[in-house]
Design a protein around this ligand. Sequence first.
Ligand code: PLP
Length: 385
Amino acid sequence: METIYFDNNATTKVAEEVLEEIKPLFCDLYGNPSSMHTFGGQIGRRISRAREQAAALLGCDPSEIVFTGCGTESDNTAIKGALAAVPNKRKVITTRVEHPAVLTVCRELENRGYRVLELGVNRQGRLDLAELEEQIDDDTALVTIMYANNETGMVFPIERIAELARSKGSVFHTDAVQAVGKIPLNLARSDIDLLSLSGHKLHAPKGVGILYVRKGTRLSPFMLGGHQEAGRRAGTENVPGIVGLGKACELAAANLEEENSKVKILRDKLENALLEKCPDCRLNGDTEDRLPNTCNVSFEYIEGEAILLMLDKYGICASSGSACTSGSLEPSHVLRAMGVPFTAAHGSIRFSLSRYSTEEEVDYTIEKMPAIVNQLRELSPFVAK
Ligand code: PLP
């Protein structure tokens, strides 16, 4: 059997339609969009089209789209840029379950004299909105809370949170890297000021992202230099990346509901079978308010890394935490924040599906997993024999 790729929250395959769109941009249409000549000008028009395609998916105005180099850059720009624009306010509110692209920036802010509050989550990975409301005060410059968690897929009530932040005069940023393309968004009807997304999570190439900046939001640019992106992000544009991301947004918008309900059926089949067939296995997160593609389960008494290696032998790719932290044996900060016991956090596996996942792949994984778990438990020093 060919590779079964269930690690789509780490990165996704570039869609064939996207690849076709960007191919001519390497050797034929390679002009610089900032050039005065016609050759460069036609590239500029392709970037404008990509901006419109992205705006259509997000439900915003094309002028509110800023192309960046990745989700991490969008997050960094949003946080640092929003704070630089309101230097008199010194408090930032975030959560303990953010991606390192947000958490590391926030922790560094503490060294610069900011008060950073990391809100906790409950066992299902949910926030306490009353606590958030209480904590946003006059000194709060920024609230930055992810739309959907990359490890568990849990989706926060971002519209409500954005409304709260706005009512209290704070700027609101959301890291929507895992949400875009999986749940419908309409930014024109929301109070979100800043939103980050990343191309490689939605079947566009790596190395391109977007920062949505709501009209009127004050933001200092992160990259200084030329006047690309209306002075909001200097640097010659990654034209193939941008055009590819535009096409990927168009594909996502065209098939969002249909594709995601298909993905959810497959994810649920996999998840229910694992919970039923593998003893001492539990779901991390909740069945409600979750991305349709993500399944995070813990297998007690065994190591997630050992499961991954066995899955790998069968050509099945999954993950034992976020790809950025793999290589470290520390259990996931997200699962720890949810109060998942140490042993269960160590034995956690994330399966993340995509529109290209098939029922045959799910069935094959369901067939292999119980045997893998049994075999590893036989070897486990923690299981009474
Ligand atoms: N935010 C979240 C929630 C993510 O899952 C990721 C990547 O895994 C990022 C940010 C970083 O995005 P990028 O890899 O494009 O820098």
